[in-house]
Design a protein around this ligand. Structure first.
Ligand code: MG
Length: 311
């Protein structure tokens, strides 16, 4: 039984699946290339419209995704030209060169809303990161690629604490001004709460950036991801990042959960009568399969509830 959507909520939502990239890059173990390709293929077959496939970050920083080119080649054998539409993360110009060589049509860059995380994660100052992204985004757009920009630490930073809303809006505006067509606002350490979400979306709106250009990337570290998602739905957001099975531990809080699980998101959206095109049972089956590959249970409450019941 589904209920009619409440009038203030959207009738459909785009789930942007990040498990194969954001999930697996934060997993301790190495996953075989064939398993990664099968994972992406199964997520697409489950009806998830966008699956971020991998990252061209240098293997020194992210050894888990060192097989990015091989994985995409394998995927192209399995799903054909559609593999080139899957977003791939490119940290800089060198990463973009690799994406261009492989004919990728959708890339993502990864910026920081704070000075400390820019220095620690990008080895650049806050200001320098935009100079680094400028040629990357311009060349990607010139090549006809779609460009998504991630912005991390939008709701709090482990070193700086609270992050002023104006600072987040200013950073987001700079990434969009470079030519990104969509901006994903990340609660990288999962500390955000529902009131902040509405405040941030409203501040972007006042700056002329409407909710249709924004996505939300919530982490469930403090158990707030779905409450924050609901607040974002009420604020008009219609794109949500999520990771199948909740893959991807948070590197800043050991044993805490990281990414919002796709299944937890789909369960809530289905209950609200909001369509996504995704088959929840098929995503659960995929995550249960991946949990067996990784040798540990999924942290997703919905996967645990449904996978145990024979789904
Ligand atoms: Mg994440």
């Amino acid at each position: 039984m589904t209920t009619a959507p409440a009038p203030t909520l959207p009738t459909s939502v785009t789930v942007y699946e990040v498990g194969p990239r954001d999930g697996l890059q934060n997993e301790a173990g190495q996953v075989p290339t064939e398993v990664k390709a099968a994972f992406v293929e199964r997520l697409l077959a489950a009806g998830l419209p966008i699956v971020e496939a991998t990252s061209f970050v240098h293997p020194r920083w992210v050894p888990q995704l060192a097989d990015a080119a091989e994985m995409l080649a394998l995927l192209e054998e399995r799903i054909g030209d559609r593999a080139r539409d899957l977003p791939v993360l490119v940290p800089n110009d060198r990463g973009l060169d690799r994406a261009l060589e492989l004919g990728c049509r959708h890339v993502a860059v990864f910026g920081s809303a704070t000075e400390t995380f820019a220095q620690r994660n990008l080895n650049r100052s806050y200001d320098e990161q935009f100079a680094m992204f400028e040629p990357t985004v311009r060349r990607a757009r010139d090549a006809g690629m779609q460009v998504r920009a991630y912005l991390s630490m939008c709701f709090g930073d482990p070193w700086e604490g609270a992050v002023p809303v104006e600072q987040v809006v200013a950073a987001g505006r700079r990434l969009l001004d470079l030519g990104a067509s969509a901006l994903s606002l990340g609660d990288t350490i999962g500390v955000g709460t529902a009131g902040q979400v509405g405040e941030l979306v409203a501040a972007f709106g006042e700056a002329g950036i409407g909710p249709e250009r924004l996505a939300m990337h919530f982490h469930d570290t403090y158990g707030q991801a779905l409450a924050n998602t609901y607040a974002a739905l009420q604020a008009g957001i219609t794109t949500f990042d999520a990771s199948a099975g909740g893959l991807g531990g948070c590197p800043y809080a050991k044993s805490a959960t990281g990414n919002l699980a796709t299944e937890d998101l789909l369960w809530m959206l289905r209950g609200l009568g909001i369509s996504t095109g995704a088959d929840l049972d098929a995503v659960v089956a995929t995550s249960a399969w991946m949990a067996r590959q990784l040798g540990r249970p999924s942290p997703s409450a919905v996967v645990r509830a449904l996978a145990g019941s024979g789904s």
